[in-house]
Ligand binder design. Structure first.
Ligand code: ZN
Ligand code: ZN
Length: 176
C-alpha cells in the first residue's frame, strides 16, 4: 500500500517535499507525488468563492479508483462542504481518498506574518488526520491525538502531533 500525494493548484514545492519527508518518517509505505489532471474550476462556487471538496474527491476517485493505496489531494485553494464555512480537509471514512487545503494553515492568513515551520507542523497534523479517517478512525476526544476535530486554527495548534494509543492501532504502516 502506497500513499499518493497529488498537488492540485498547490504552490509550495518546499512544503510538498517536506510533507513527503515527514510522512516517509512516519509510515512504512512509499510516499509518492503524482500528477492528476483535475480542473478545479469545475468545483468552484461563485456564491462562496470556495471549492466544493466532496466533488473534487469524487473526481479524484474517477481518476485513481484502481490505485493500491491512499490518495491525498493537496491544494492551496479554500475548500468547503455545504454545512460548514470552510474545512481544512475532507476524507472518505474507511476509504482511499482525501483532500487537504493549506489555505487556512498559513499563518499569514491570520496574522499577516508567515511562519514556515508552523505551516509544516499544521500540514502534517492535518495530513495525518485525513489519513486517519481513511483508516476508519473517527474524531477522537483526546486533545493529544491528531484525530481530535479542528474547526479552527487554534484547535489545530492545540492538539497533539500524532495519534493516541487507541487510534494508532488502526493506522496501517504507522511507525512512530
Ligand atoms: Zn476529521
Ligand atoms: Zn485518538
Amino acid at each position: 500500500m502506497d500513499i499518493f500525494i497529488a498537488p492540485v493548484r498547490f504552490y509550495s514545492n518546499l512544503l510538498l517535499q517536506n510533507l513527503v519527508i515527514e510522512l516517509s518518517k512516519r509510515f512504512s509505505s512509499q510516499i509518492q507525488i503524482i500528477d492528476l489532471n483535475i480542473n478545479l474550476d469545475d468545483f468552484f462556487s461563485v456564491d462562496r468563492r470556495q471549492y466544493f471538496s466532496t466533488q473534487i474527491i469524487a473526481e479524484a476517485i474517477k481518476l485513481t479508483d484502481t490505485f493500491n493505496g491512499k490518495v491525498m489531494l493537496i491544494t492551496d485553494v479554500d475548500i468547503f462542504v455545504p454545512v460548514l464555512t470552510f474545512i481544512f480537509g475532507e476524507a472518505q471514512l474507511n476509504g482511499k481518498h482525501s483532500i487537504l487545503s493549506a489555505c487556512r494553515l498559513h499563518e499569514e492568513f491570520y496574522s499577516g506574518v508567515s511562519n514556515e515551520s508552523l505551516l509544516l507542523e499544521r500540514t502534517i497534523k492535518e495530513a495525518l488526520h485525513e489519513l486517519g479517517h481513511n483508516f476508519g478512525l473517527r474524531h477522537c476526544i483526546d486533545w493529544d491525538c491528531v484525530m481530535h476535530s479542528s474547526n479552527g486554527i487554534e484547535e489545530v495548534d492545540i492538539k497533539g502531533k500524532t495519534y493516541c494509543r487507541n487510534c494508532i492501532s488502526k493506522v496501517e504502516g504507522y511507525k512512530k
